[in-house]
Design a protein around this ligand. Structure first.
Ligand code: IPM
Ligand code: MN
Length: 370
């Protein structure tokens, strides 16, 4: 059966790194390992320029119908003044919200060859394998009201405004993301940390209450509460104490960027965003994207690191298509390529060979066959 992929390269380096995934898909199809059909469409600033919106209704329809969406990155200086509703990021947020992709898995794995490339000491990150489970369709990203209002002018002539973002979580949202975290922990180190700010936020109090209730259903998994600020500190102090970290949308955004640097570079971290399994088919809607952004400063130069993008595609094979062996092979090929000393600029080390985006892609494909 042919499986349908939607490729959304987006802006900046999104285009270059997606080209490497496309190359990989063509290779896998040609060698009979997969039978993917794929279509590429615009998203982000590129879509705004050509279609008038950061994601068009038509693209949304194709995304809803796809077996998996592979997403590059969005944003860039030229779209900074087009208004909040149409900013490139709004395209990504609509995809996440409308596809109901509440569970964002962000694995931070330190490849042996890169333990030296991290800004942290080698012994802290060597062998690191943690998973951040970030809630992705709720919280302050989407809560209403979300407004800026004019308050008028004060006596000394200053124009005052008030900005409001709203952090909202309901029990079911916390429950389902915690269940994902505990299910994942069962397949790995059997330890879950739930990070919140229950000492300051009501949403944190509820988060913690629900997390404890879910934990009771998983007696075989060890459960720890941690305050989100302490979690940030512990991630750079002793990251290997963690296995799975479950947290809300905003804390997850921040903690995953910190975790990314443990792996050597933001260019290394893939992610999977999953919906709930369909009650009839069992299939989940899914979008796969690197954690890094569109890196406008290096866009178009052919020097971006395609590894997070390729590893995101490997996650698609694992989670959407149950092609576990092939996903393992791709991750293995990435490790071998790094072992061979090939490096993009962001992970460059003394004595290694600098390669372009496409050379890195080719090198990974070349090492697929073992
Ligand atoms: C991420 C990104 C997005 C987010 C942006 C591009 C909207 O930083 O996926 O981590 O904040 O979620
Ligand atoms: Mn982010």
């Amino acid at each position: 059966m042919t499986e349908k992929l939607l490729l959304l390269p987006g802006d900046g380096i999104g285009v270059e790194i997606m080209a490497e995934v496309e190359k990989l898909i063509v290779h896998l199809n040609k060698t009979g390992k997969t039978d993917f059909s794929f279509e590429s469409r615009l998203v982000g600033g590129a879509a705004y320029d050509a279609e008038g919106a950061p994601v068009s209704d038509e693209t949304m329809e194709v995304a809803m119908d796809a077996d998996a969406v592979i997403f590059g990155a969005v944003g860039g200086a030229q779209w900074e003044n087009i208004g909040y509703e149409n900013r490139p990021e709004a395209g990504l947020l609509r995809l996440r919200k409308d596809m109901k992709l509440f569970a964002n898995l962000r694995p931070a794995i330190c490849y042996p060859a890169l333990a030296d490339a991290s800004s942290l000491k080698l012994e802290l990150v060597e062998g690191l394998d943690i998973l951040i489970v970030r809630e992705l369709t709720g919280g302050v990203y989407f809560g209403e009201p979300k407004t800026i209002t004019e308050l008028g002018t004060t006596e000394n002539g200053e124009n005052q405004k008030r900005a409001i973002d709203t952090q909202v979580y309901e029990t079911y949202e916390i429950d389902r993301i915690c269940r994902v975290a505990f299910d994942m922990a069962r397949t790995r180190g059997k330890l879950v940390h739930s990070a919140d700010k229950r000492n300051v936020m009501k949403s944190g109090v509820l988060w913690d209450e629900v997390a404890h209730e879910v934990a009771a259903d998983f007696p075989d998994v060890k459960f720890e509460h941690i305050l989100a600020d302490n979690c940030a500190m512990q991630l750079v102090r002793n990251p290997k104490q963690f296995d799975v970290i479950v947290t809300d949308n905003l804390f997850g955004d921040i903690l995953s960027d910190a975790a990314a640097m443990l792996t050597g570079s933001l260019g290394m971290l893939p992610s999977a965003s999953l919906g709930a399994p369909d009650p009839v088919t069992g299939k989940r809607k899914a979008l796969y994207e690197p954690v890094h952004g569109s890196a406008p400063d290096i866009a178009g130069k052919g020097i971006a690191n395609p590894i997070a993008m390729i590893a995101s595609f490997a996650m698609a094979l694992r989670y959407s298509f149950n092609m576990v062996e092939l996903a393992d092979q791709i991750e293995g090929a990435i490790a071998k390529t790094l072992d061979a000393g090939l490096r993009s600029g962001d992970i460059m080390q003394a004595g290694c060979t600098a390669v372009s985006t496409s050379e890195m892609g080719d090198a990974i494909i070349a090492r697929l066959e073992g």
